[in-house]
Structure formats: C-alpha cells, structure tokens
Design a protein around this ligand. Sequence first.
Ligand code: NAD
Length: 502
Amino acid sequence: MSLATEAKTLLDQLGVDAALYTGGPMASFSPVTGEQIGALVTDTPATAEAAIARAKVAFKAWREVPAPKRGELVRLLGEELRAAKDALGRLVSIEAGKSPSEGLGEVQEMIDICDFAVGLSRQLYGLTIATERPGHRMMETWHPLGVVGVISAFNFPVAVWSWNTALALVCGNSVIWKPSEKTPLTALASQAILERALARFGAAPADLSQVLIGAGDVGNTLVESHDVALISATGSTRMGRIVGPKVAARFGRSILELGGNNAGIVCPSADLDMALRAVAFGAMGTAGQRCTTMRRLFVHESVYDALVPRLIKAYASVSVGNPLETQALVGPLIDKLAFDAMQSALEAARAAGGKVHGGARASVASNAAYYVHPALVEMPEQTGPVLEETFAPILYVMKYNDFDAVLESHNAVGAGLSSSIFTLDMREMETFLSARGSDCGIANVNIGTSGAEIGGAFGGEKETGGGRESGSDAWKGYMRRATNTINFSRELPLAQGVVFDI
Ligand code: NAD
C-alpha cells in the first residue's frame, strides 16, 4: 500500500472529511518516501478573519462555563485520543517521518497533557492577600483571556497544539490553530478527534476550536488581529523575530517557543556509558529535528579520548532508513531544504577547522526523500555554525579544561532552551543548576537535553523566546489576572495613609 493510500485510510478512520485534503492547492508530502499524501484546501487571510470573528463569539459563551465543566470536555478529549492513539500515531509517523514509537509517544504526550489539564480545571487558584486597610479584603482572581491563536512547527505536529489547547480550553478560551504547512493532515485529524469530544460533551459553543490550513500569511492574520488575545507561536527564531514584535506592537500577549542550540557538558567524573547513550539519543534521535536536540557537546580533556572515539563509532554504525519499514533509529529529514541547510553548515564547519565524521546523504529507495548519516564534528572552538541552530543531526564536539570557562562557553550562544551536564561531582552539578550555571529554561543532570515530560513548564530564554507551555504554572499565560479589593467596613481608609477629606 502506498503511503498516500495508508494516510487516506487513517484519515477516514479518524473521521476527517476527504474533501478537506483532496483536490486543494496545497500539496503535502511524506518525508519517509517524498510522495505526495494530500492536496489540501487552504484558508486565506479573509477566511482567517471570519474564523477569528466566530472564535470571539465562542469565547464569550465558553468563559461562562465553570472551569471544572470545561475540564470535562478535556477529559473527553483525552478519552478520544486514547481510542485514536494507534491511528494518529501512525499518521504522525507518515507525515513527520517519526519512528512508530515516537509517533505513538507524541500522542501519549497529548493524552498526558489532557490528564494534567483536567486536574488543573479544579485548581485555577487565585490568592487571598493581606491588606493594610481594616475591614477590607484583597484577592487575586484569574479569568479567561479570549481567543488563543496557536501557530505550530512541523516537528511536533500535534503535541504542541494539545499543550496549548488543553490548557486554553480549561482556562476558558477559544482556540484557532494554524499548523505547519508541512504537517497539515495530522492537524485535521486532531481537530476531528476534538470534534468527537465536543459532540459527546454537547454543551460547548460552536467554533470553540478551529483549524486554519495555510502558510505564514494565514498565521500572520492571527498575529495582527486585535481580536486574538494570545499568540502561542512555536517555530524558528526567524519566525519569532517577525511574530514577536507584531504582537507586541498591538499590546497582545505572546508565548514564543523558538529555536534551541542545546549543549551537554561531560565532566571528568561522568558515567561515560550513560553519557554515551544519552548523547546518542539526544543528538541523533528524531534525525536531530527536536527543538531540544543536543547540538553542542563540551567534553573535559581528561575523558575526551575515552568518550569521543566511542561516539564516533556509534555515529558510524547507527541505522538510518525508512522508520516505517525498518527498525532504523534515524529517519528522514523533513525535506530538501533541511538537507541543504545541513550540508551548508557542515561546509562552514570544515572551513572553520572542524573535522567532520558522517553527514552524507544515505541511499534509500526514493530519490525524493532525504535521509542522512548523522554528523559528529570535532571543532577546535565554538565558532561559525556552532553558534546557530541547524535543524538537522549535527553534533559539534569541543574539548574543555576549565569548569568556569566551559559554563561561559555553554551560555555564549543566542538560544537558551535546554542543557545538560554529566557529572557525579555535587559541586559541578549544583553550580550548573545555580544562578551562575546554565542560562536555559531546561537544565538537566545525567540525562540528555531532549525528552521532556509534560509536568514541568517547557520553554527557554533569550532567542528561544521566553515562553512557557505545558505543566507547572504555565496555565497562567492563558488567563488574565485581576486584583480585587473589597471594602466591607463603614469607613474609607486610603492606602499608604493618604488623606483626602472633602
Ligand atoms: P518555522 O519557523 O519555519 O514555522 C513554524 C510555524 O510558523 C509554521 O506554522 C509557519 O507557517 C509559521 N510561520 C512562519 N512565518 C510566519 C509569519 N511570518 N507569521 C506567522 N506565522 C508564520 O519552523 P519549522 O521549520 O516548522 O520548525 C522548526 C523550528 O521550530 C526549529 O527552529 C525548532 O527549534 C523550533 N521548535 C521550537 C520548539 C519549542 O518549544 N521551543 C518546539 C518545536 C520546534
């Protein structure tokens, strides 16, 4: 069966209307073989405007529904996702080129955030605050925000939507999703799954959740609309540089989840077997196409020769190939653009004195698919392409000999998403996690940079955009805060003892 036929079978099974992805102007491809798997009907700025108007109406009704009842909708979404896990996971693998376990893992992440959000729907806690005025009460309350626009990247085609949508819905907002133009089919499938939950729920307003299919121009309509209270945008720093200022210019709120240039540090006391496995997964897994992929590795000179030759061997022997038909650990790049960007980065690394191991195109059945042998590059220093994120499996390896200096180097890049240290030395570990350690939103010890759980807040600093999604108190980004002071006395004392007698 061709992947196009299999994708159609899965989409039918998931309840997606074939008219949405056949005969339209936007082609979508599977990176696994390069074959076309959809021809999508697209939105325009005008249809996006109309969707925003509908979402505004939906918001006004949904904000009145008590939060625990809103949680019931998300509970049903979790149930529907459980029922659809195999089909949606397989579709993720076909459309994004992930291995079967990663495709299923992505759907599991959606289920996990639903469970989290259901609990949260009874815990949108405010505060009671001590007031200096007698006979007064002061409190902080949280209210729904409005229409939430979600713009997502190709590499987590559905999980990012669920992180945002599960929280946005329990927080009382309506949602409009502009998925990546490279992975629109899984978006249609996720929307169909949510529609089943909405039908079972019964009492939700129409258009509570909508999907817009298209490229950046359609996303831009959300970005520029004064009626979209929050833009949660996941993608490249290049995209964030455009989107962030536009949202700020209209005083909208944004959650920016942008690129990473994540590093690991391997210290003298590290468990090298563990570091080897963690680095291999963190740097080569998902063909280097995770925002948290490990891209830089600093190895102490005393353990360099014990670790790096083993890593080079692992790079040379790792299986590359069709993730749907083989047990290959490294699947395809998303497209030719990604392949070209990888080759240019390797060229620049060579020019800067790097010694490149691997990196060539791997031969597979189809010429239209782009598979590569992951590249490990021994660099004399952190320079040139090492300072930037290239969204492909390239790991730059550098030697260090001074702990304070390596912390400086670690933080001396634009991005600030994820980081890790491999050490059994308590001083090194605690320093790495301290105020003068890693400057990233995620800092790990003795595990790699990727593979976060939904319970923690996810996101990073600096050019990663500063946004936080998923667990912890990230929900506060989807609500507005009000401070309320209530006078139940017969007097009108003014704060700070100010006198104003009339
Ligand atoms: P991309 O920036 O090319 O596209 C991301 C999304 O932004 C797409 O939906 C695209 O249509 C939209 N977009 C692009 N320009 C726009 C504009 N001017 N206005 C509105 N929307 C616009 O990113 P990609 O190639 O799909 O994904 C890879 C990138 O995403 C990497 O840099 C990766 O690190 C990053 N990423 C970050 C996170 C995170 O949580 N920090 C998670 C996943 C991916």
